[in-house]
Design a protein around this ligand. Structure first.
Ligand SMILES: [Zn+2]
Length: 343
């Protein structure tokens, strides 16, 4: 099969011919139709996240099962599938509690610790594939359907993690990014008032289109003060931080009102200071939110199937243009998500 291979960090993709994967016991192989090209995997390509090379990256796939190994009963040839990003074990107490991102014996991530979707075929443990419901027309919109499992479901999970209620004010830091803009959409879907915060002011038009009521460029201003001003001095109910530098986390925390929640999604994941007295007096909560559970992915499928929210994929390129597409992802030039068309 043809595959886009990375031989090391900071190297260009190499289009190679490699043997087709063969499904062993408990495994399945899918033909990949599209695969999302987000910042998570660009971090690997750029060497900001360490993995073992050579590697075929990519996890936001739409595909069709072409082979199942011995002992696999819940998947059949021809099934339309996407992939769960975490290689969770499926049987620890956290997996059994439907909290798969907290798996205590994880095997890493699809496309990082095993080969992923930048290839004609990909093999995974069968339970990592998620069947697509018939309500999603994956043949008409493979790129959009393929990015649901991360770009849209991760923001959906945040709504639940932070118990976001209608009428609350939600500030999204990093709103112009691939996940951020879908967080704006999801917060609007939850009937919140949404403030988009980003240094990429060229993305503000897209943020407003996605549902932002207000946009703030934090450069050169006191972001916490600006957010408090935007809420009439009451403070923001929920800050969702996709950037997570010491500065953004500090500003996010200091912008919160009573019962405010700060949600930490990763990004730079730098340390920050939070005032215990303020947390106590305002009953503030600081919450980590890690990826998304399968149950939440299924719920997100339903929201998309009803067309209440639609994934924003603005660029779809053939596999051979992976390098050029990733250069645009690296520069922050992509609005929403980009994807590669493989089949
Ligand atoms: Zn587990």
């Amino acid at each position: 099969m043809k595959a886009m291979l990375l031989r090391g960090p900071n190297t260009p993709f190499e289009l190679v011919d490699v043997p087709d994967p063969v499904a062993g016991p408990g495994e399945a192989v899918a033909r990949v139709i599209t695969c999302g090209s987000g910042l998570t995997i660009q971090h690997v390509k750029a060497g900001r996240r360490q993995i073992r090379f050579p590697r075929i990256i990519g996890h936001e796939i739409t595909g069709e099962i072409v082979a199942v190994g011995a002992g696999v009963s819940h998947l059949a040839v021809g099934d339309a599938v996407t992939a769960y990003f975490y290689l969770n074990c499926g049987h620890c107490r956290w997996c059994l509690a439907n909290l798969e991102p907290l798996c205590t014996t994880p095997g890493g991530n699809v496309g990082l610790e095993c080969d992923g979707g930048y290839a004609e075929y990909m093999k995974l443990p069968a339970h990592i594939f998620i069947q697509l419901p018939e309500t999603l027309d994956y043949k008409a919109n493979p790129a959009e359907i393929g990015v649901i499992t991360d770009a849209l479901a991760t923001p959906y999970k945040v709504l639940r993690r932070a118990s976001i209620a209608p009428g609350e004010t939600v500030a999204v830091i990093g709103a112009g990014g691939g996940l951020g803009i879908h967080q704006v959409m999801m917060a609007k879907w939850a009937n919140a008032r949404v403030i988009a915060v980003d240094t990429a002011s060229d993305k503000f038009g897209a943020c407003r289109k996605a549902g932002a009521d207000l946009t703030i460029d934090p450069r050169g201003i006191d972001l916490a003060a600006a957010l408090r001003d935007a809420t009439g001095g009451h403070g923001v109910d929920v800050v969702v931080d996709y950037v997570c530098t010491t500065a953004t986390l500090g500003a996010g925390f200091n912008s919160l009102g009573r019962r405010g929640r700060l949600v930490i999604l990763g990004g730079a994941a730098q340390p920050f200071q939070a005032a215990a007295r303020e947390m106590l007096q305002k009953e503030i909560a600081v919450l980590g939110s890690r990826y998304v559970t399968r149950a939440e992915i299924l719920a997100t499928f339903d929201i998309v199937a009803r067309r209440e929210v639609w994934p924003l994929v603005t660029e779809v390129r053939p596999l051979v243009e992976a390098e050029a597409l990733h250069e645009r992802v690296e520069r922050g030039a992509v609005t929403g998500r980009a994807a590669l068309r493989i089949a």
